[in-house]
Design a protein around this ligand. Sequence first.
Ligand SMILES: NC(=O)c1ccc[n+]([C@@H]2O[C@H](COP(=O)([O-])OP(=O)(O)OC[C@H]3O[C@@H](n4cnc5c(N)ncnc54)[C@H](OP(=O)(O)O)[C@@H]3O)[C@@H](O)[C@H]2O)c1
Length: 244
Amino acid sequence: MNRLNGKTAVITGGATGIGLAAAKRFIEEGAFVFIYGRRQETLDTAVADLGPNARGLKGSVSDLADLDRLYTAVKAERGTLDIVFANAGVGSQLVLGKITGEHIDETFDTNVKGTIFTVQQALPLMGQGGSIILTGSSAGTTGAPGMTAYSASKAAVRNLARTWAEDLKGTGIRVNVLSPGATATELAKDALGEEGQKVFASMTPLQRMADPAEIGVVAAFLASSDSSFMTASEVAVDGGLAQL
Ligand SMILES: NC(=O)c1ccc[n+]([C@@H]2O[C@H](COP(=O)([O-])OP(=O)(O)OC[C@H]3O[C@@H](n4cnc5c(N)ncnc54)[C@H](OP(=O)(O)O)[C@@H]3O)[C@@H](O)[C@H]2O)c1
């Protein structure tokens, strides 16, 4: 399929997990992709894997000067931008009673503030036909032990698409949320541990975790004109976890 032929995409958190799987899929479908994250070595490994239609840019989504550098590089090499996959996120568990200010700040600085500025700084490069995809989570809908900050941050992300569909009226730019369930990535391993991953897999109607590629393929659909009449939507790719 060449649904993304000639398109330029930015994927935050694109060097690992869901972001890397989406980057592979976008490139397979014809896109040129900038991946963004804080670890240079991880970016270098991913770019070597992705090939000549990928660039790696180091920075944090919670740092506006870093984001400026990202979009300056996109403008210099590509001129305009078609797709933003605001996917970078962090998640760790702390039960009510143990929550700290640092835990809230880290989670919201990345998942909420980071998502907002990833998109806001991209807008001057985007226009008609643009697609913004935000990574939500089944945790934004369901309750789970110790997930106060993470779940609240992802519920906020879900609302960003609703609000921005209003703010973007008349621009031709669409914005949707892609909400994975339990997916086999570094984040899931760190946040849930081996035992927690088994629990989430068993709670999922499809009885397993997702492979990141199963999320990346839906990101490509939302990036492409195949989803041309979709905006403000949340697309659950969660094996049914949050749907019963
Ligand atoms: N895995 C799951 O079960 C699951 C379920 C639902 C939703 N999600 C969401 O899916 C998204 C991707 O996560 P993943 O599961 O693929 O895990 P992952 O492999 O750990 O990916 C997270 C990515 O975000 C990047 N990142 C984190 N903080 C950043 C920052 N401040 N600035 C720039 N990049 C940052 C990380 O790179 P650096 O550390 O190098 O910066 C990493 O590449 C997240 O939003 C997560 O909440 C995951």
